[in-house]
Structure formats: structure tokens, C-alpha cells
Design a protein around this ligand. Structure first.
Ligand SMILES: [Zn+2]
Length: 322
């Protein structure tokens, strides 16, 4: 449909039927702010219990994991029950008795309808999307716990594979978290463009297995799902925060974006050993190390392997409303 005449809306609107919900898509031009020149460079690690852990220690979107688990449990439970009903209805349908066949028709109509099911699915999905939007807004606007007054000029994120968000796994948990990760990525790209924040992708293999204090890489550093304890220097911390710090460190670009996990581990070991050889710069704490790498960054700033540029001043952003 094309909008005629003069008004706030211009161009084309799209009406899309998604499951049982109609979506009206309106395109409008969004003003993108110029790229920020001042502020912090922050590592961003997508978590399972929260939307993300940042290298400065902040967590955003803390209800994310809980909502995702509830959603996946619901899908699993509902799916199993519906499968059972399907099997029963099919069996009754092929029965010779008229009564059974009618029963089957009733099951299809009253117990296996898609309308309510789809609406509930949509609501749960929207609630997770809302949590993600809120979390990313708090980063770009510098609001919320641990982010008050923090101005981010660049976000360093993990490179995601191309088919992220399109998994058709039977495991609901995996399927939904990969969908959510795809959405987080989409949301990040849009918001960062809009607010003039540079997005840099790095290879994040083994990022939660490297100690942020001495950079010793080991599988055994990960002592539980959310804790890291270094086997070398006994540093202890939250696994996701450590991963975010490591992602930030990889911004130097020393580890190639497409290096396979095995190769990455070898390189990490080389980096760690090299650190031991230089007596002048012993890795005291993660803070001093990050400051040191700040110096190198200046020279690396002109690298052209940045993935998303914010140079376009005006961007068309799709606005979704129901
Ligand atoms: Zn350590």
C-alpha cells in the first residue's frame, strides 16, 4: 500500500499476517547520530541468564534467562501434549465407527486449534523481545545498574555464525536461545547505528576460559556454569564478565576473526607465554592490562575491518506496531 498526500508517514506500509497476528509495518526515516568520539570501549558478552554481561562488570536484562526458560518449558510441555493428542485423533479418525470419527473431529477442532496457542506463543516472544530492547537501551543511553553515566562509544561483540537464529532444533531451549541471540544482534545493530556507537566483531572462541588477570587459558578455569577460578593465579570472578573482558581484549585483532577454536587456543597459549617472557610488564591485574591496550588501540583505530559503519547519517528503520 502506498500512502498518498502529506503527513507524518511517507512511503509504503506493509500489512503482514504472522501466525494469527497482523503486523502493520511503517517505514520512517530515523535520524542517526554521528559516531561518538568520546566515551568508553566496552566488551559485550551475550549470556544465558542475562541479556549481556559487560566488561565493566555490569549486567543488563537480568530477567532474560528466567523468561526464556519459562517459555521453553511451556513450548516443550505443550508440544508433547499436542503430539499425544494428534496421535490419538489420527487413530480415532481411521476407526470404522462413526462415533470415533466424530470424536476425532472434535479433538482437531477443540483441542488442537492454533489460535490460542499462537497468541500465547506470540505474547511470550514479545515479552522476551521487550527485555532485550530494554537491556540494549540501557547500554546506549547509559542508564541502569552499573551503567549510570557511562557513555559507550564502541561495543565489542562476539562474531556470530550466519545461521544464528534459524536453528530448527528439537530442543526448545537451544532453539529459543538461538532465536533470542539473533534478535539481540539485530537490536544491537539498529540501536548502535541510531546512537552513533561503533560495533566491532571479534573471534570469541574460548573467551570464558581465559583468566582476565594473567590471561592463562584453560578449560579448567571454568569451575561452574557462572564462575571462573584461574588455575594459575587463583583469580575468581563471574564467567560472563570474564568473557566480556576477554572479548574486549581481543579487539586488538591479534586473533583472526575466522580462526578455528583449536587454533585460537594455541594462539592464546602463545600470548600467555609471551606475557611471561616480558619481565617489565607482568600482568598484575586486569585493569592495568586494559589500560595498556588502550594505548595500542589508538594506532589500530584506523583499521578497516570494522564491520558496521555508522557513517550513514540517515537510516531507514522499520517500525513495528500491531
Ligand atoms: Zn590468572
Amino acid at each position: 500500500m502506498r500512502i498518498l498526500g502529506k503527513g507524518a508517514l511517507r512511503g509504503t506500509i506493509q500489512l503482514i499476517k504472522k501466525l494469527d497476528v497482523y503486523e502493520l509495518r511503517v517505514c520512517r526515516e530515523a535520524l542517526c547520530k554521528p559516531e561518538r568520539t568520546e566515551g568508553e570501549i566496552v566488551g559485550f558478552d551475550t549470556g544465558y541468564t542475562e541479556v549481556a554481561a559487560l566488561s565493566n562488570g555490569a549486567f543488563v536484562g537480568q530477567k532474560f534467562g528466567e523468561k526464556l526458560t519459562r517459555f521453553s518449558d511451556y513450548c516443550k510441555d505443550k508440544g508433547q501434549k499436542r503430539n499425544k493428542l494428534w496421535a490419538k485423533a489420527r487413530e480415532l479418525e481411521s476407526s470404522a465407527k462413526e462415533k470415533d470419527r466424530r470424536k476425532a473431529q472434535n479433538i482437531f477442532k477443540h483441542n488442537l486449534g492454533r489460535k490460542k496457542h499462537n497468541a500465547k506463543y506470540q505474547r511470550a516472544q514479545d515479552s522476551i523481545k521487550q527485555e532485550i530492547n530494554k537491556a540494549i537501551n540501557s547500554i546506549v543511553q547509559g542508564k541502569g545498574d552499573g551503567l549510570e553515566g557511562v557513555k559507550v562509544k564502541e561495543l565489542v561483540i562476539e562474531k556470530l555464525s550466519a545461521h544464528m537464529g534459524k536453528t530448527r532444533s528439537k530442543n526448545w531451549n537451544r532453539r529459543l536461545s538461538s532465536w533470542a541471540r539473533g534478535y539481540i544482534r539485530k537490536c544491537l545493530e539498529q540501536k548502535c547505528k541510531q546512537f552513533g556507537i561503533r560495533l566491532t566483531q571479534v573471534n570469541a572462541c574460548h573467551s570464558s576460559r581465559v583468566c582476565p588477570a594473567c590471561f592463562y587459558p584453560s578449560k579448567d578455569n571454568r569451575v561452574s556454569t557462572d564462575r571462573v577460578k584461574c588455575r594459575n593465579c587463583s583469580y575468581e570472578g563471574h564467567a560472563d564478565t570474564c568473557a566480556a573482558k576477554e572479548i574486549l581484549r581481543r579487539r586488538s585483532g591479534e586473533i583472526p576473526l575466522y580462526a578455528p577454536p583449536g587454533k585460537v587456543f594455541e594462539m592464546l597459549m602463545v600470548q600467555y607465554k609471551r606475557g611471561l617472557e616480558v619481565p617489565k610488564a607482568p600482568p598484575f591485574s586486569c585493569k592495568t592490562q586494559l589500560n595498556e591496550s588502550e594505548g595500542e588501540k589508538k594506532s589500530l583505530y584506523s583499521r578497516d575491518d570494522q564491520v558496521f559503519s555508522t557513517s550513514q547519517k540517515r537510516q531507514t528503520v522499520a517500525c513495528i506496531s500491531q
